[in-house]
Design a protein around this ligand. Structure first.
Ligand SMILES: [Zn+2]
Length: 151
């Protein structure tokens, strides 16, 4: 689905008219109408406001062009799994288990690997294979690259 179809769907699911949505965003009804007819797209600030208002990611608003994964544990992220920050924004970089109240819970790669291996999240994989897999994959994620850069 494209943005114009997604915005109509979300607005109707919430029982909002174009006027209602316009009022919440301090915009005109014509602006909403232009989006829904595919003549215009909201700017970045408005996309963020829509994301918070509808509690879905910007990725979802834009028709899911990417497949986000948590930048700490690597799990694929649905909107429901994404962390919510203290200001109620949807955090598209981390899952809600890794990032709690705006802070990532894991400080060291060892700690993260240990948690994932013990969790047996990959069916049928031995602990040794799982550990090797995570030690290879996790350092490529943004969070661990940043940790490495600071070390
Ligand atoms: Zn995570």
């Amino acid at each position: 689905m494209e943005f114009k179809d997604i915005i109509v769907k979300l607005r109707r699911e919430r029982g909002l008219s174009q006027d209602d949505l316009a009022a919440r965003l301090y915009l005109t009804r014509q602006a909403i109408s232009r989006w829904e007819n595919g003549y215009a797209m909201p700017n970045v600030e408005t996309l963020k406001a829509l994301s918070t208002l509808f509690d879905v990611s910007i990725n979802t608003l834009l028709g899911s062009p990417r497949e986000p994964v948590c930048q700490c544990c690597g799990m694929p992220l649905t909107d429901a799994d994404m962390a919510r920050d203290p200001d109620h924004t949807v955090n598209e970089d981390y899952c809600r288990y890794c990032r709690v109240d705006g802070t990532v819970q894991y400080r060291t790669l060892d700690e993260m690997v240990d948690f994932l291996v013990k969790g047996h999240f990959i069916p049928g994989m031995s602990d040794e294979a799982a550990e090797a897999f995570y030690r290879e994959q996790l350092p490529m994620l943004q969070y661990w690259r940043e940790q490495e850069a600071q070390a």
